[in-house]
Design a protein around this ligand. Sequence first.
Ligand code: DX5
Ligand code: ZN
Length: 219
Amino acid sequence: MLKVKVAPSILAGDFARMGETVKKLEENGADYIHCDVMDGNFVPAITFGDQMVRHIRPYTSLPLDCHLMVLRPETRLEGFAQAGAGLVSVHAEVCRENMVQVLRLIRSFGMKASAVINPDTPVERIFDAVEDADMLLLMSVFPGRGGQRFIPETLKKIERLRSFCIRAGKPELDIEVDGGITEENVKDVISAGANVIVAGSTVFRSSDMKATIARLRGE
Ligand code: DX5
Ligand code: ZN
């Protein structure tokens, strides 16, 4: 069984107090800080960019897991690298022909690279990314906002992706799942083969963040 990691999404946090928030997440046992970057084009909402990442960087030693919901992510990578991002996910819906090159570019900036797909994109679309990725991310809601319901069809995609990774000789590749994850459905997500769990509302609505993060990790 792979080690399960929890990546709370700061999208559900108070944007006026992000420094304290990421510090608190680390103290409460988070493994990564999931940063949802939205540009108002790939998705309707606008959240924040590399400047926020640079500003929260000193408040935690955890890797900043930056989920880029933006058009032309390849033009933004240097900024995120300089801001101290640890891991960057780029969407297959915008990196149609150039996913492998973009993943290599992310790595060339010294960051870990990840390919992400929307709920309505077939999982086969990221099979080619396995060789050049440190992680693969499956959206279990349509990107754009937190607090949505988990789309159960994602479980089959996780299973197919984990089987593919095993067949491709990468049985331990990180598979992250993002959207609508709760203390109830997380068990199914992990048994299907995922090992990095994004959780926004579940962590921020909890009255005991530490216990919630531990339970999401299966402890
Ligand atoms: C959605 C974001 C998610 C979201 C998760 O566009 O990518 O990371 O913040 O939030 P919850 O856990 O509330 O679905
Ligand atoms: Zn996300």
